[in-house]
Design a protein around this ligand. Structure first.
Ligand SMILES: NC(=O)c1ccc[n+]([C@@H]2O[C@H](COP(=O)([O-])OP(=O)(O)OC[C@H]3O[C@@H](n4cnc5c(N)ncnc54)[C@H](OP(=O)(O)O)[C@@H]3O)[C@@H](O)[C@H]2O)c1
Length: 303
Protein backbone atom coordinates (compact mmCIF):
# COMPACT_ATOMS: atom_id res chain seq x y z
CA UNK A 1 0.00 0.00 0.00
CA UNK A 2 1.58 3.29 -1.06
CA UNK A 3 1.99 6.30 1.29
CA UNK A 4 0.32 9.56 0.18
CA UNK A 5 2.69 12.51 -0.10
CA UNK A 6 1.84 16.20 0.27
CA UNK A 7 -1.20 17.07 -1.90
CA UNK A 8 -2.16 13.42 -2.37
CA UNK A 9 -4.93 11.14 -1.16
CA UNK A 10 -4.91 7.38 -0.74
CA UNK A 11 -8.10 5.61 -1.82
CA UNK A 12 -9.09 2.06 -0.89
CA UNK A 13 -11.00 1.09 -4.01
CA UNK A 14 -14.31 -0.70 -3.60
CA UNK A 15 -15.82 -0.64 -7.12
CA UNK A 16 -14.22 -0.75 -10.55
CA UNK A 17 -15.87 -0.31 -13.93
CA UNK A 18 -15.08 -2.56 -16.92
CA UNK A 19 -15.81 -0.89 -20.25
CA UNK A 20 -15.39 -1.69 -23.94
CA UNK A 21 -13.01 1.29 -24.46
CA UNK A 22 -10.38 -0.63 -22.52
CA UNK A 23 -9.90 -2.87 -25.56
CA UNK A 24 -8.47 0.13 -27.42
CA UNK A 25 -6.02 0.87 -24.60
CA UNK A 26 -4.59 -2.63 -25.07
CA UNK A 27 -3.52 -1.90 -28.64
CA UNK A 28 -0.89 0.44 -30.01
CA UNK A 29 -2.95 1.19 -33.13
CA UNK A 30 -3.33 4.96 -33.68
CA UNK A 31 -6.03 6.24 -31.34
CA UNK A 32 -7.30 9.32 -29.54
CA UNK A 33 -5.91 7.87 -26.29
CA UNK A 34 -2.42 6.66 -25.40
CA UNK A 35 -2.33 2.88 -24.90
CA UNK A 36 -1.53 1.50 -21.46
CA UNK A 37 2.15 0.67 -21.39
CA UNK A 38 3.50 -2.74 -20.45
CA UNK A 39 3.98 -2.75 -16.68
CA UNK A 40 1.61 0.20 -16.14
CA UNK A 41 -1.63 -0.07 -14.17
CA UNK A 42 -4.60 -0.75 -16.47
CA UNK A 43 -7.01 2.21 -16.60
CA UNK A 44 -10.50 2.05 -15.08
CA UNK A 45 -13.09 4.26 -13.50
CA UNK A 46 -13.35 3.42 -9.81
CA UNK A 47 -15.12 4.29 -6.58
CA UNK A 48 -13.55 4.03 -3.15
CA UNK A 49 -13.00 5.42 0.31
CA UNK A 50 -10.29 7.91 1.18
CA UNK A 51 -8.16 6.25 3.89
CA UNK A 52 -5.50 8.97 4.22
CA UNK A 53 -5.42 12.53 2.94
CA UNK A 54 -2.75 15.20 2.58
CA UNK A 55 -5.08 17.21 0.35
CA UNK A 56 -7.16 20.17 1.61
CA UNK A 57 -10.34 19.14 -0.25
CA UNK A 58 -10.57 15.53 0.98
CA UNK A 59 -10.66 13.82 4.34
CA UNK A 60 -10.46 10.22 5.52
CA UNK A 61 -13.84 8.53 5.11
CA UNK A 62 -14.88 10.48 1.99
CA UNK A 63 -16.44 8.28 -0.70
CA UNK A 64 -15.02 9.34 -4.04
CA UNK A 65 -15.07 8.55 -7.74
CA UNK A 66 -11.81 8.58 -9.67
CA UNK A 67 -9.88 6.90 -12.47
CA UNK A 68 -7.99 4.68 -10.08
CA UNK A 69 -7.27 1.75 -12.39
CA UNK A 70 -7.17 -1.99 -11.84
CA UNK A 71 -5.75 -2.03 -8.31
CA UNK A 72 -6.84 -2.25 -4.67
CA UNK A 73 -5.37 1.10 -3.62
CA UNK A 74 -4.92 4.24 -5.69
CA UNK A 75 -2.96 7.41 -5.02
CA UNK A 76 -4.32 10.63 -6.47
CA UNK A 77 -3.48 14.33 -6.48
CA UNK A 78 -7.22 15.06 -6.49
CA UNK A 79 -7.51 15.98 -10.18
CA UNK A 80 -10.78 14.65 -11.55
CA UNK A 81 -11.74 13.15 -8.19
CA UNK A 82 -15.40 13.71 -7.26
CA UNK A 83 -17.00 13.25 -3.85
CA UNK A 84 -20.09 11.02 -3.83
CA UNK A 85 -23.09 10.96 -1.54
CA UNK A 86 -22.32 8.01 0.77
CA UNK A 87 -26.06 7.40 1.25
CA UNK A 88 -26.68 6.80 -2.48
CA UNK A 89 -25.50 3.63 -4.27
CA UNK A 90 -21.96 4.84 -5.05
CA UNK A 91 -21.38 2.34 -7.86
CA UNK A 92 -24.09 4.06 -9.92
CA UNK A 93 -21.44 6.71 -10.57
CA UNK A 94 -19.70 4.16 -12.80
CA UNK A 95 -22.82 3.19 -14.76
CA UNK A 96 -26.31 4.57 -15.00
CA UNK A 97 -25.32 7.90 -13.39
CA UNK A 98 -21.80 7.89 -14.76
CA UNK A 99 -19.90 7.72 -18.04
CA UNK A 100 -22.11 5.10 -19.77
CA UNK A 101 -25.27 6.91 -18.66
CA UNK A 102 -24.06 10.26 -19.95
CA UNK A 103 -23.07 8.55 -23.20
CA UNK A 104 -26.62 7.28 -23.73
CA UNK A 105 -28.26 10.54 -22.67
CA UNK A 106 -26.03 12.85 -24.73
CA UNK A 107 -25.79 10.69 -27.85
CA UNK A 108 -29.50 10.03 -28.00
CA UNK A 109 -30.77 13.51 -27.18
CA UNK A 110 -28.08 15.67 -28.84
CA UNK A 111 -27.50 13.62 -32.00
CA UNK A 112 -30.39 11.14 -32.26
CA UNK A 113 -33.03 13.74 -31.31
CA UNK A 114 -35.92 11.25 -31.12
CA UNK A 115 -39.42 12.60 -31.63
CA UNK A 116 -42.68 11.14 -30.38
CA UNK A 117 -43.89 8.31 -32.60
CA UNK A 118 -40.49 7.67 -34.19
CA UNK A 119 -38.69 4.32 -34.04
CA UNK A 120 -35.36 4.19 -32.17
CA UNK A 121 -33.16 1.09 -32.54
CA UNK A 122 -30.21 0.29 -30.30
CA UNK A 123 -28.01 -2.79 -30.04
CA UNK A 124 -26.25 -4.10 -26.93
CA UNK A 125 -29.69 -3.16 -25.61
CA UNK A 126 -29.36 -4.89 -22.25
CA UNK A 127 -26.01 -3.22 -21.56
CA UNK A 128 -24.96 -0.11 -19.71
CA UNK A 129 -25.45 2.34 -22.59
CA UNK A 130 -28.13 0.58 -24.65
CA UNK A 131 -30.51 -0.09 -21.75
CA UNK A 132 -30.67 3.64 -21.03
CA UNK A 133 -30.96 4.67 -24.69
CA UNK A 134 -34.15 2.65 -25.16
CA UNK A 135 -35.72 3.76 -21.91
CA UNK A 136 -34.99 7.46 -22.54
CA UNK A 137 -36.37 7.04 -26.07
CA UNK A 138 -39.62 5.74 -24.58
CA UNK A 139 -39.76 8.59 -22.06
CA UNK A 140 -39.56 10.92 -25.09
CA UNK A 141 -42.52 9.14 -26.70
CA UNK A 142 -40.59 7.14 -29.27
CA UNK A 143 -40.92 3.42 -29.99
CA UNK A 144 -37.82 1.61 -28.70
CA UNK A 145 -36.57 -1.53 -30.43
CA UNK A 146 -33.57 -3.31 -28.96
CA UNK A 147 -31.13 -5.80 -30.43
CA UNK A 148 -29.52 -8.19 -27.95
CA UNK A 149 -27.68 -11.50 -27.87
CA UNK A 150 -29.73 -14.51 -26.72
CA UNK A 151 -33.25 -15.21 -25.44
CA UNK A 152 -32.52 -14.25 -21.84
CA UNK A 153 -31.31 -10.75 -22.71
CA UNK A 154 -34.13 -10.29 -25.24
CA UNK A 155 -36.75 -11.13 -22.59
CA UNK A 156 -35.10 -8.76 -20.09
CA UNK A 157 -35.06 -5.90 -22.60
CA UNK A 158 -38.78 -6.32 -23.31
CA UNK A 159 -40.14 -7.31 -19.93
CA UNK A 160 -37.93 -5.48 -17.42
CA UNK A 161 -36.61 -2.49 -19.39
CA UNK A 162 -39.96 -2.04 -21.16
CA UNK A 163 -38.72 -1.70 -24.76
CA UNK A 164 -41.52 -2.09 -27.33
CA UNK A 165 -39.67 -4.94 -29.01
CA UNK A 166 -36.30 -6.66 -29.10
CA UNK A 167 -34.67 -9.01 -31.59
CA UNK A 168 -31.89 -11.54 -31.08
CA UNK A 169 -28.84 -10.88 -33.25
CA UNK A 170 -27.63 -14.43 -32.71
CA UNK A 171 -30.84 -16.02 -34.12
CA UNK A 172 -31.06 -16.76 -37.85
CA UNK A 173 -32.39 -14.01 -40.19
CA UNK A 174 -31.64 -10.86 -38.20
CA UNK A 175 -32.57 -8.64 -41.20
CA UNK A 176 -36.03 -10.24 -41.45
CA UNK A 177 -36.69 -10.15 -37.71
CA UNK A 178 -35.61 -6.51 -37.50
CA UNK A 179 -37.82 -5.54 -40.45
CA UNK A 180 -40.80 -7.17 -38.72
CA UNK A 181 -40.02 -5.34 -35.48
CA UNK A 182 -39.74 -1.99 -37.30
CA UNK A 183 -42.74 -1.89 -39.67
CA UNK A 184 -42.39 1.90 -40.08
CA UNK A 185 -38.62 1.77 -40.62
CA UNK A 186 -35.97 3.25 -38.33
CA UNK A 187 -35.67 6.97 -37.49
CA UNK A 188 -32.80 6.79 -35.00
CA UNK A 189 -30.18 4.04 -35.01
CA UNK A 190 -27.96 4.42 -31.95
CA UNK A 191 -24.83 2.65 -33.22
CA UNK A 192 -23.28 0.59 -30.44
CA UNK A 193 -21.83 -2.44 -32.23
CA UNK A 194 -21.20 -2.09 -36.01
CA UNK A 195 -20.56 -5.29 -37.99
CA UNK A 196 -23.42 -7.56 -39.01
CA UNK A 197 -25.95 -5.66 -36.87
CA UNK A 198 -25.18 -2.42 -38.69
CA UNK A 199 -25.60 -4.20 -42.04
CA UNK A 200 -29.07 -5.42 -40.99
CA UNK A 201 -30.14 -1.97 -39.79
CA UNK A 202 -28.97 0.07 -42.78
CA UNK A 203 -31.65 -0.84 -45.38
CA UNK A 204 -34.39 0.01 -42.85
CA UNK A 205 -33.26 3.60 -42.18
CA UNK A 206 -35.96 6.16 -43.04
CA UNK A 207 -35.44 9.44 -44.84
CA UNK A 208 -33.83 11.97 -42.43
CA UNK A 209 -32.87 9.22 -39.96
CA UNK A 210 -30.10 10.06 -37.45
CA UNK A 211 -27.26 7.69 -36.52
CA UNK A 212 -25.30 8.63 -33.39
CA UNK A 213 -22.08 6.61 -33.84
CA UNK A 214 -21.29 5.68 -30.25
CA UNK A 215 -19.54 2.33 -30.32
CA UNK A 216 -18.42 -0.45 -32.66
CA UNK A 217 -17.68 -3.24 -30.23
CA UNK A 218 -18.00 -5.94 -32.92
CA UNK A 219 -14.99 -4.37 -34.65
CA UNK A 220 -12.65 -3.52 -31.76
CA UNK A 221 -10.47 -6.57 -32.32
CA UNK A 222 -10.32 -6.19 -36.13
CA UNK A 223 -6.76 -6.32 -37.39
CA UNK A 224 -7.48 -4.60 -40.70
CA UNK A 225 -10.00 -1.89 -41.62
CA UNK A 226 -13.29 -3.17 -43.02
CA UNK A 227 -14.19 -2.28 -46.61
CA UNK A 228 -16.22 0.87 -47.08
CA UNK A 229 -16.26 4.07 -45.02
CA UNK A 230 -14.38 3.66 -41.77
CA UNK A 231 -16.91 4.02 -38.97
CA UNK A 232 -14.15 3.94 -36.35
CA UNK A 233 -12.90 7.27 -37.65
CA UNK A 234 -16.46 8.67 -37.64
CA UNK A 235 -16.56 7.73 -33.96
CA UNK A 236 -13.09 8.83 -32.89
CA UNK A 237 -12.94 12.08 -34.89
CA UNK A 238 -16.56 13.15 -34.18
CA UNK A 239 -17.16 13.32 -37.95
CA UNK A 240 -20.43 14.68 -39.28
CA UNK A 241 -21.64 12.68 -42.29
CA UNK A 242 -25.00 13.76 -43.65
CA UNK A 243 -26.46 13.16 -47.06
CA UNK A 244 -28.72 15.68 -48.76
CA UNK A 245 -30.65 16.38 -51.93
CA UNK A 246 -30.77 20.04 -52.87
CA UNK A 247 -34.56 20.10 -53.13
CA UNK A 248 -34.66 19.82 -49.35
CA UNK A 249 -33.13 23.30 -49.19
CA UNK A 250 -35.49 25.05 -51.63
CA UNK A 251 -36.28 27.50 -48.84
CA UNK A 252 -32.72 28.88 -49.04
CA UNK A 253 -33.08 29.90 -52.71
CA UNK A 254 -33.89 33.55 -52.12
CA UNK A 255 -30.96 34.04 -49.70
CA UNK A 256 -28.71 32.06 -52.02
CA UNK A 257 -29.44 34.22 -55.11
CA UNK A 258 -28.99 37.43 -53.15
CA UNK A 259 -25.72 36.42 -51.52
CA UNK A 260 -24.01 34.49 -54.31
CA UNK A 261 -25.37 36.93 -56.93
CA UNK A 262 -23.71 39.73 -54.98
CA UNK A 263 -20.37 37.88 -54.77
CA UNK A 264 -20.52 37.10 -58.51
CA UNK A 265 -21.23 40.74 -59.42
CA UNK A 266 -18.40 41.89 -57.16
CA UNK A 267 -15.93 39.49 -58.79
CA UNK A 268 -15.44 37.47 -55.61
CA UNK A 269 -16.68 34.28 -57.30
CA UNK A 270 -15.09 33.04 -60.56
CA UNK A 271 -17.30 31.00 -62.87
CA UNK A 272 -16.35 29.07 -65.99
CA UNK A 273 -18.75 27.86 -68.68
CA UNK A 274 -18.14 25.13 -71.27
CA UNK A 275 -20.52 25.88 -74.15
CA UNK A 276 -21.45 23.33 -76.82
CA UNK A 277 -23.14 24.80 -79.89
CA UNK A 278 -26.23 23.06 -81.29
CA UNK A 279 -28.80 20.69 -79.82
CA UNK A 280 -27.54 17.88 -82.09
CA UNK A 281 -24.25 17.85 -80.15
CA UNK A 282 -26.00 17.35 -76.78
CA UNK A 283 -25.77 13.50 -76.62
CA UNK A 284 -22.03 13.53 -77.28
CA UNK A 285 -21.47 16.38 -74.81
CA UNK A 286 -23.46 14.52 -72.14
CA UNK A 287 -21.33 11.38 -72.61
CA UNK A 288 -18.28 13.64 -72.27
CA UNK A 289 -19.61 14.99 -68.94
CA UNK A 290 -19.50 11.51 -67.47
CA UNK A 291 -15.86 11.11 -68.55
CA UNK A 292 -14.53 14.55 -67.62
CA UNK A 293 -14.46 16.06 -71.13
CA UNK A 294 -16.30 19.18 -69.95
CA UNK A 295 -14.34 21.98 -68.29
CA UNK A 296 -16.68 24.02 -66.10
CA UNK A 297 -20.46 24.28 -66.22
CA UNK A 298 -21.57 22.41 -69.35
CA UNK A 299 -24.23 24.23 -71.39
CA UNK A 300 -25.73 23.67 -74.83
CA UNK A 301 -26.34 26.84 -76.84
CA UNK A 302 -29.49 25.93 -78.75
CA UNK A 303 -30.14 29.18 -80.51
N1 LIG B 1 -18.67 7.00 -27.57
C1 LIG B 1 -18.44 6.93 -26.26
O1 LIG B 1 -17.97 7.87 -25.60
C2 LIG B 1 -18.79 5.65 -25.55
C3 LIG B 1 -18.88 5.62 -24.16
C4 LIG B 1 -19.29 4.41 -23.56
C5 LIG B 1 -19.54 3.29 -24.34
N2 LIG B 1 -19.40 3.38 -25.68
C6 LIG B 1 -19.70 2.23 -26.55
O2 LIG B 1 -21.04 1.82 -26.34
C7 LIG B 1 -21.14 0.42 -26.61
C8 LIG B 1 -21.82 -0.26 -25.41
O3 LIG B 1 -20.97 -0.10 -24.28
P1 LIG B 1 -21.44 -0.56 -22.81
O4 LIG B 1 -20.46 -0.01 -21.86
O5 LIG B 1 -22.87 -0.21 -22.65
O6 LIG B 1 -21.23 -2.11 -22.87
P2 LIG B 1 -22.35 -3.25 -22.65
O7 LIG B 1 -23.42 -3.01 -23.68
O8 LIG B 1 -22.75 -3.26 -21.23
O9 LIG B 1 -21.55 -4.56 -22.98
C9 LIG B 1 -21.11 -4.86 -24.30
C10 LIG B 1 -22.18 -5.63 -25.08
O10 LIG B 1 -21.88 -5.53 -26.47
C11 LIG B 1 -22.53 -6.60 -27.15
N3 LIG B 1 -21.61 -7.16 -28.15
C12 LIG B 1 -20.34 -7.55 -27.95
N4 LIG B 1 -19.82 -8.04 -29.09
C13 LIG B 1 -20.79 -7.94 -30.03
C14 LIG B 1 -20.89 -8.28 -31.42
N5 LIG B 1 -19.84 -8.83 -32.08
N6 LIG B 1 -22.04 -8.03 -32.08
C15 LIG B 1 -23.08 -7.47 -31.43
N7 LIG B 1 -23.07 -7.14 -30.11
C16 LIG B 1 -21.93 -7.37 -29.44
C17 LIG B 1 -22.88 -7.65 -26.10
O11 LIG B 1 -24.29 -7.59 -25.91
P3 LIG B 1 -25.27 -8.66 -26.63
O12 LIG B 1 -24.98 -9.97 -26.04
O13 LIG B 1 -26.63 -8.14 -26.35
O14 LIG B 1 -24.94 -8.59 -28.07
C18 LIG B 1 -22.19 -7.14 -24.84
O15 LIG B 1 -22.87 -7.49 -23.69
C19 LIG B 1 -19.73 -0.08 -26.87
O16 LIG B 1 -19.52 -0.15 -28.26
C20 LIG B 1 -18.87 1.00 -26.26
O17 LIG B 1 -17.59 1.07 -26.84
C21 LIG B 1 -19.04 4.52 -26.29
Amino acid sequence: VPEPRDGQILVRQTWMSLDPYMRGRMSDAPSYARPVGVGEVMVAGTVGEVTASHHPDFGAGDIVQLYGGWQDYALSNGNGVRKLDPAAAPQHALGVLGMPGLTAYAGLLEIGKPRAGETVVVAAASGAVGSLVGQIARIKGARAVGIAGGAKKVAHVKEVLGFDDCVDHRAPDLPGALARACPKGIDVYFENVGGAVQAAVWPLLNEMARVPVCGLIAQYSDEAPRPGPDFLSILRKHLTVRGFLVGHFAGLAVDFRREVGGWLAAGRIKYQEDVVEGLERAPQAFLGLLKGANFGKLLVKIA
